[in-house]
Design a protein around this ligand. Structure first.
Ligand SMILES: [Zn+2]
Length: 80
């Protein structure tokens, strides 16, 4: 059993239903008993956590920050 968010396209009523994935087609609007429902997936975004980008100490590679560039490549100049 899991929670699913729906929005009724008939009356615009949004509601949450606790059901199994196999019974999703049986869900109907509790307000107008309509069956033209639209799934709302907004809640999934709340479970995604960007844990790797916490903290501000030290250089980090990621969106918005450039990777650290070494000041010089000593080995390259020696062997070349
Ligand atoms: Zn409805």
């Amino acid at each position: 059993m899991a929670y699913y968010d729906f929005k009724c396209e008939s009356c615009g009523h949004s509601f949450e239903v606790k059901t199994s994935p196999h019974d999703l087609d049986k869900v109907q609007c509790p307000q107008c008993e309509g069956k033209s429902l639209k799934r709302i997936y907004g809640h999934f975004g709340m479970f995604v956590r960007m844990g790797k980008y916490s903290g501000t100490s030290g250089p980090r590679q990621g969106p918005g920050s450039e990777p650290p560039v070494p000041p010089a490549c000593l080995d390259c100049s020696r062997s070349g």
